[in-house]
Design a protein around this ligand. Structure first.
Ligand code: PHE
Length: 433
């Protein structure tokens, strides 16, 4: 049964027959993984933003994920019967509000308020979807957009010259690093808009494509460097990155495209984009003199590739063994850890003599390994001190018993641990405390 009201990020909604956001989903709202500089999604966001620093973009990342149906759909020209509007595809709070399904929901506000020619918007987005290792009902997108106003130029030629010089200013990726298969657009199914000339459409399309190619080559080259650093010698690491453009459809862009990246033997769709429709600029108060482009890139699947993360659910784990592996500004490959619970047991003892030599740490490691095998997940020296009067040395080691593929019972842990304690006494003459 539905509650009569739900509260999300401090805002309360009276539920109605559209309400379908579950407590599990609402629980994830506000986690803001993309704002954490040490989280893979945050590291990726910062990597992209860094590439565009100084190139006339504003970076937005604090739009709330609760939006109106106007912002998510109407302002972008979604038809009334578009499947994205359905309760089967989206999470509604009430008939007029939902968890945004894409960062495009903020395009019009950003066109309105930003003082730079371009902007980026990062945020969490929500979709009802299938369940598998690459799909999760919450993921992250980065929207990018750029616009030009005809009013800033005296002649049409001047505007074209400006766009051309903006294209030339985009840092180039060499053919050695990137091979591009381009595509134009279908004049009927994916046409240029009436309010724009062929030449404007062509140049804006080029500016858009070169910009996305820059993002993609930056990100995937970082992935290659990380894989090489981790010791991989696979062939693809020495080949140029291959990408191709394909035509697409979005209600608020025309023409529209998608970029696909050839990565480990398959074409990955990673970013939808297009020339923004006149109506969006009108709805942003910019009017029909504005021309420009927009794209939306999904961060999670790319972060999974970059960091070699096998399951999207890991992004949401609170387990420190996940979180502690990633650090600001660094792309490093994920080291898997067990899904099964661990059991911690300490061993404290007095060393037999006064010297350090009697029991080398590695001797202790060997005994633990001999008894517990791969069930020993880690062994750490957690305490050490010398008795002030006797000069005897005491150590305490902590063993985590944890299997990669099953739950280890308490009885088993007790048995293994007891055997290790006895072996240490027998072989090294330590005194258990
Ligand atoms: N919002 C689109 C999506 O989620 C991507 C997109 C953004 C397409 C901007 C065109 C322009 O798939």
């Amino acid at each position: 049964t539905k509650p009569s009201k739900i509260t999300v990020l401090g805002e309360t909604f009276k539920t109605d027959n559209w309400t379908n956001a579950t407590p599990q989903i609402l629980n994830l709202v506000g986690r803001d993984l993309y704002k954490n500089p040490d989280h893979p999604v945050g590291i990726l966001k910062n990597l992209v933003e860094k590439r565009f620093q100084g190139l006339d973009y504003t970076f937005y990342d604090d739009f709330k994920p609760v939006v109106s149906t106007y912002e998510n759909f109407d302002v972008l020209g979604f038809p009334q019967d578009h499947p994205g509007r359905s309760v089967h595809d989206s999470y509604y709070l009430d008939s007029k509000h939902l968890l945004r399904t894409h960062t495009s929901a903020h395009e019009h506000q950003c066109f309105q308020r930003c003082h730079t020619p371009g902007y980026f918007i990062t945020g969490d987005v929500y979709r009802r979807d299938e369940i598998d290792r690459t799909h999760y009902p919450v993921f992250h997108q980065m929207e990018g957009a750029r616009h030009w106003s005809r009013k800033d130029f005296i002649t049409g030629e001047e505007l074209l010259a400006q766009i051309q010089s903006d294209i030339d200013a985009i840092p180039k990726t060499s053919q050695k690093d990137l091979i591009v298969k381009d595509v134009s657009y279908d004049a009927v199914k994916n046409p240029k808009q009436k309010y724009m000339t062929m030449k404007e459409t062509d140049l804006i399309g080029q500016h858009l494509k070169r910009t996305i190619e820059l993002v993609v080559s930056e990100v995937f080259n970082a992935a290659k460097i990380a894989a090489k650093k981790a010791g991989s010698t696979e062939q693809y690491l020495n080949e140029p990155l291959k990408i191709r453009w394909v035509e697409a459809y979005f209600p608020w862009t025309s023409p529209s495209w998608e970029i696909e990246v050839w990565w480990k033997g398959e074409w990955l769709e990673c970013c939808g984009c297009g020339v923004v429709r006149e109506e969006v600029f009108q709805n942003s108060g910019k009017g029909s003199d504005t021309v420009g482009w927009a794209f939306g890139i999904g961060l999670d699947r790319i972060a999974m590739l970059l960091f070699d993360i096998p399951d999207i659910r890991l992004f949401w784990t609170l387990d420190s063994r996940f979180k502690n592996q990633f650090h600001e500004g660094q792309i490093s490959l994920f080291t898997p850890y067990s899904k099964y619970p661990g059991t911690i047991r300490d061993i404290s003892f007095w060393l037999p003599g006064k010297g350090d030599e009697e029991l080398h740490t590695n001797d202790l490691m060997e005994i633990v390994r001999a008894n517990a095998g791969d069930i020993a997940e880690s062994v750490k020296l957690i305490d050490e001190f010398v008795h002030p009067k006797t000069g005897n040395k005491s150590q305490c080691y902590r063993v985590n018993y944890q299997s990669m593929d099953r739950t280890v019972t308490n009885d088993e842990v007790n048995r293994l641990h007891e055997k290790t304690r006895r072996d240490l006494v027998d072989k090294f003459g330590i005194k258990l405390r």
